[in-house]
Ligand binder design. Sequence first.
Ligand code: AMP
Ligand code: MG
Length: 339
Amino acid sequence: MKTRILKETEMKEAARILENGGLVAIPTETVYGLAANALNEGAVARIFQVKGRAQDNPLIVHISEMSMLPPLLSDIPKKAQTLAKAFWPGPLTMVLPRSPLVPAIVSAGLDTVAVRMPSHPLARAVISCCGLPLAAPSANRSGSPSPTCAAHVLLDLKGKIPAVLDGGDCAVGVESTVVSLCGSRPRLLRPGGVTAEQLREALGDLEVASGVLHPLSPGERPASPGMKYKHYAPRAEVTLVKGSREAFARYLAQHAGPGVFALCFSGDGEGLPVPYVSYGAENDAKTQAKALFAALRELDRLGAQTVYARCPHEEGMGLAVLNRMLRAAAFRVVEAEKP
Ligand code: AMP
Ligand code: MG
C-alpha cells in the first residue's frame, strides 16, 4: 500500500478515508494518532493489526463537540462535566462508563471507555468533517516512541496505512493525561499535558495509580492495561541518572565507552566525554515533553547502544516526562554520587 502524505488543505480527503472505514494518522496537540471510525469494528481491528498492539490494550475515542459525548457513555458523572469544562478541548482523557454503542473491541472488552476532545485545529476539523468519533492510539508501532511529527509516523507505518495528515510538530509532545472517573475516587492512570496539580485543583481529590512511577509487582492487576507494556523504548539500553549536571558529567566520565551516549538538558552536553542528544531545558518540563520522543528516535538514528539520561524533576509536566523516561529505561535508575 502506498501511504499518501496529505497537506492541511487535503483534510477532507482524510475525512473521506475515515468515513469509508480506512485508517489515517492525524496530528493532535499531544502526539500523532492512528485514527479510525470508533463505531466501525473492522476499522478498529485494523488499528490493532497495523500497530502490533496487544488486544487487551484499549483505545482512546476522540470527539470534537460535547454533543458527541452522551451517546458514547452509559452515564456522565458530574466530575466529568467539571473536567470537560476546565480542560477540554485539550490533552486530557477521561475513563468513563461505556455505552453499548461503542464496540467492545475499542475498550478491549472493559465496561469503560476513554474519551478525549483534542484542541488541535486539524484533528477537530477531521472529526467534525466526518462527524464520527475516532478511536486513535499513538500512530507508532507498539513499543516504539510515539510520533510527534509526520516523518516519525512514516518511519513506523509507511506502506501500512493509506494516509498521514501532516500538521507539523505536536505542541505538547507526550500523550494525554488519563484520569479514571469510574472508581470511588478520581484516579490518575497516566500523567500528561494536564498536570496532577491542575486536576487536584479542579477535583479537590486525586489518587495517583502506583503504576505511574513504579513497575507493576508480579501478578499485580494494572490500573490501566497500557501500564503492562514496554513503551517508548529506543533500541539502546537507557538508564536514568539522578543528580546535578556536575554529578552527571562525572558519572559519564566513569562510564564512557563505544556506543555510549548521553541524553541531557540543553546546555549540559558541552564537555561531556561522550556524544549527546538534548531534550529541553532543565527547569522547563514543557520543553522536555516536546523534545523527548524525537530525542529518543535520534539516539536510534545515531546508533546509540547505551544511553545515560539526566533524570527530569517530578513537578508539573515533569511527572509525564519522568513516567515516559522510566518506561524507556525499563525503570533502571541510578544516583550519581556526590563528590
Ligand atoms: P495510547 O492510545 O497509546 O495513547 O494509549 C492509551 C492509554 O489509555 C493506554 O495506556 C490505555 O491502557 C489507556 N486506556 C484506554 N482506555 C482505557 C480504559 N477504558 N480504562 C483504562 N485505561 C484505558
Ligand atoms: Mg501509545
